[in-house]
Design a protein around this ligand. Structure first.
Ligand code: PEP
Ligand code: MG
Length: 839
């Protein structure tokens, strides 16, 4: 048993035993491509080999005839998992060197032998690369010097026997695969810990002989755009992938007629026609865009290898759609070929390349897209600005898990330190936030709250900058932007995803701008409009504060009457934008004290605005302060304590509905009660809202419908869902608060120890990011089951941050949810992830 299998059309070769490369080569052979004789060694044999059990090489090598030269390439199950580099010209020795000098000329013989000695010395004998890599020009002196260096370093003659050479090459590749670094690298690409390596031994096509010889690569698609175009290079008298690294002034034949030089199309027209044909065969029969590695030996074409064209996310999507459009793959398969997490790269604004760029810092482009905002130096400041709907850019030396919420709040992140896998980079990519890390040419002074650039300019807290995460640069001011170009292919793929999926996707959107984005991304409606967010601007804030500070019911009513038209206008705008699509409006939730000003200055301004003595305002603000506001007077508790607020909101919703219905869009608003923990809360609020609806119907003389629902954010609401569901049309799980309350973990403070918890394996992940299936998930499942039993027609959904995460979507789908709702930019990800689950 040699462990080797000759790759023939009918040989029992499989990707999961011999690796992707071996399987691909078999496919090329089946398509009648001129692939040199190839032998595949399976995973088991390679594992045995690493442990010292060498297969019978002599028996295998007889298949290659006398004095063969062979190459060895890795063949992992998934080519993306990588593997050791290819080794060429195994079998070269002094005798063959002399023969080749005769038959192929001195230059070719020198090039081949030198290349082999160098590669063997560095990758197999593990000698110092500096000793060997300096020699570039293949002369006979260089060959002699390399052999002497080898002998001096190893005290052994350079091995002359192909069996010995091959054994060492195979052993070193098998061991390299077992090494810790290689293992970590492939695991980072998703390979399982026990991923196997196969090896392929292939007869060399030399590419360096007399006559027209050389090697090259060709592909038929652009790996950046996904557009069909022929790309690649061919280098005369070369081997392997030399053509890709050769300077243009060497004897490079451009693949197509090119003003810069001769074309392979002119020089080797038959080989060219064959290459085009093979490219086409790969596309139609292997159903993929492949890069073909080929060698021409004295005008005879050999196909050595073909691999999936390396591509970015945009090109990947474009290629998948084009293959489906051409009928080569099914639409569902095109959908499956695009990972949902690859979409954020396509979804973000970019700095207009035509606009002026005033670069103030350079770093590593860690997460694509661009955003403009005010500089903030702390997560707390980012959250404060975000709460006022102000865009900000979080600037830190580096981020830590404590910065998570600040990153959520910021539009982009810039760090002085860190690399592509630093905390900031990883988290920003996950959030789809533009991010630049390692911008070491700027200096941050946290005390002075300044950012100093290399040219000496100083930027302060609050100054406007633009972060270009695609280019890895920070720019002064608000740079001109281009909105994301979602393009035909994007829209088409997502429409196919929509046809396949069986769970709805809505967006969380509070502002008209968010709602427009939600529509742009084809959300089926708004699943959560947080109404308190509509009040964080100057005029409205004052009206709110007047309402909060009113001592008497009449005063409060008067203040609410001022607020009501503003709310009505908000809802008219949201309904108009959403044009008949469902809009879920959450009634006021925020703890009232969050509307109070902070610090003496703020209180004084408020006292002025309200024309009240400062002492009065301070006393009331003090009286309103709670020890634990997140568990205090918020949500429905406020709704029951100050019922005029919900009355006002309900009226604003119904009046807006009537106004918009007049323009022809049938709106059925969904009113959602937050922070429910008892059924009676729902009954009381429902009775009042019904009364407001009845009053508006009479006043306006118009009939309309609305749906009332409950936001399940407390464990009790989940457990009592069977009792609550009969009173409402829908239940939406607010998993942010539900996670907070299930764990008893403050969503605003957990960052302080979350890193330690995750590092020590107490929690596998931050449960505010990744839905905790075991605990919070169980509440979801229990609640969903009880709600459905009590009210089979109840609509179930999730609207916490987890709603856009593919794993949470899978969980909700399995629990029978009707839809998920997430921030607008995550809507396409959710649509695609949902389709992946259904296909
Ligand atoms: C939630 O709690 O999950 C939710 C969506 O509401 P908020 O984040 O506004 O508390
Ligand atoms: Mg909540």
């Amino acid at each position: 048993m040699t462990g080797f299998t000759e790759v023939t059309p009918t040989a029992p070769i499989s990707a999961d035993r011999h690796g992707g490369r071996a399987k691909c080569l078999q496919r090329l052979i089946r398509l009648d491509m001129p692939v040199p004789l190839t032998m595949a060694l399976d995973f088991t044999s390679v594992r045995a080999l690493a442990a010292g059990d060498m297969p019978d090489l002599d028996a295998m090598l007889t298949r290659f005839g006398p004095d063969p030269l062979v190459s060895v390439r890795p063949s992992s199950e998934d080519p993306d998992w990588g593997g050791p580099g290819a080794l060429l010209n195994i079998g070269m020795n002094d005798r063959l060197y002399a023969n080749l000098t005769e038959s192929h000329g001195e230059h070719a013989a020198n090039a081949l032998y030198l290349r082999f000695i160098q590669a063997y010395a560095i990758h197999v004998a593990r000698l110092d690369p500096d000793e060997f890599e300096t020699v570039q020009v293949p002369t006979s002196e260089a060959v002699r010097a390399a052999l002497e260096t080898y002998e001096a370093e190893t005290d052994e003659r350079f091995p002359q026997d192909i069996t010995v050479q091959l054994a060492e090459v195979l052993r070193s590749m098998a061991r390299a695969w077992e090494g810790t670094t290689a293992r970590l690298l492939r695991e980072a690409k998703g390979a399982p810990a026990e991923a196997g390596l196969g090896l392929v031994v292939q007869k060399m096509a030399l590419g360096v002989g007399r006559g027209l010889s050389g090697s090259g690569v060709i592909q038929f698609v652009n790996g950046s755009t996904g557009e069909r175009e022929i790309r690649g290079r061919y280098l005369c008298k070369s081997q392997g992938r030399d053509a890709l690294t050769a300077p243009a002034d060497r004897d490079v034949l451009f693949l197509k007629r090119d003003p810069r030089g001769r074309s392979i199309e002119d020089v080797l027209p038959n080989n060219w026609q064959d290459l085009l044909r093979f490219g086409d065969l790969c596309r139609t029969r292997l159903r993929e865009e492949m890069q073909i590695e080929f060698t021409i030996e004295n005008e005879k074409l050999f196909i050595l290898d073909a691999m999936r064209v390396a591509r970015n996310s945009r090109a990947n999507l474009h290629i998948a759609v084009a293959l489906a459009e051409d009928g080569i793959i099914a639409r569902d398969e095109a959908v499956l070929r695009v990972p949902p997490r690859s979409l954020p790269e396509l979804l973000h604004s970019q700095v207009d390349p035509e606009g002026a760029r005033d670069v103030i810092a350079h770093g590593i482009p860690a997460s694509p897209g661009a955003a403009t905002g005010r500089i903030v130096f702390s997560s707390r400041a980012a959250q404060a600005l975000a709460a006022q709907d102000e865009a900000c850019i979080l600037v830190r030396s580096e981020t830590t898990p404590e910065d998570i919420r600040g990153m959520h709040a910021a539009r982009a992140v810039l760090t002085e330190r860190g690399g592509i896998t630093s905390h900031a980079a990883v988290i920003a990519r996950g959030l789809g936030l533009p991010c630049v890390v390692g911008a070491s040419d700027m200096r941050i002074d946290l005390k002075a709250r300044t950012l100093t650039c290399a040219d000496g300019r100083v930027f302060h807290d609050g100054d406007m900058i633009t972060l270009d995460g695609t280019a890895g640069e920070a720019l002064a001011g608000a740079a001109p932007m281009l909105e994301p170009d979602l393009g035909e292919s994007f829209q088409r793929l997502l429409s196919w995803a929509d046809a396949a999926r069986d769970i709805g996707v809505r967006a969380n959107a509070d502002t008209p701008e968010d709602a427009r984005k939600a529509l742009m991304f084809a959300a089926e409606g708004i699943g959560l409009a947080r109404t308190e967010h509509m009040f964080f601007n100057d005029d409205r804030l004052l009206a709110m504060r007047e309402m909060i500070f009113a001592n008497r019911t009449e005063d409060r009513r008067a203040a609410l009457e001022r607020i009501q038209p503003m709310q009505r206008a908000d809802f008219i705008e949201l309904f108009s934008i959403m044009r008949g699509k469902p809009v879920t409006i959450r009634l006021f939730d925020l703890p009232l004290h969050e509307f109070l000003p902070h610090g003496r200055e703020g209180l004084r301004e408020l006292a002025e605005g309200l024309d009240l003595p400062l002492s009065d305002v301070t006393r009331r603000a003090e009286a309103m302060r709670e020890f634990n506001p997140m568990l205090g007077m918020r949500g429905v508790r406020l709704g029951l304590t100050v019922p005029e607020i919900y009355d006002m909101q309900a009226r604003a919703i119904f009046e807006a509905l009537v106004a918009v219905s007049e323009t022809g869009d049938a709106v059925v608003p969904e009113i959602m009660i937050p922070m429910v923990s008892a059924n009676r809360e729902v009954e009381i609020v429902k009775a009042r809202i019904d009364a407001v609806a009845a009053a508006v119907r009479i006043e306006q003389g118009v009939e309309f419908a609305y749906r009332l629902g409950v936001m399940v954010e407390t464990p009790r609401a989940a457990l009592r869902a069977g009792e609550i569901a009969p009173h409402c049309a829908f239940l939406s799980y607010g998993t942010n608060d539900l996670t907070q309350m299930t764990y008893g973990l403050s969503r605003d403070d957990a960052g302080r120890f979350m890193g330690i918890y995750v590092k020590q394996g107490v929690y596998e992940e931050d449960p505010f990011h990744t839905l905790d299936f075991g605990g919070v998930g169980e509440l979801l499942t229990i609640g969903a089951g009880r709600a459905r039993t009590a009210n089979p027609s109840v609509t179930l959904s999730i609207c916490g941050e987890h709603g856009g995460n593919p794993e949470s979507i899978a969980f909700c789908r399995a629990a029978g949810f009707d839809y998920v709702s997430c921030s607008p930019y995550r809507v396409p990800v959710a649509r695609l992830a949902a389709a992946h689950l259904a296909i």
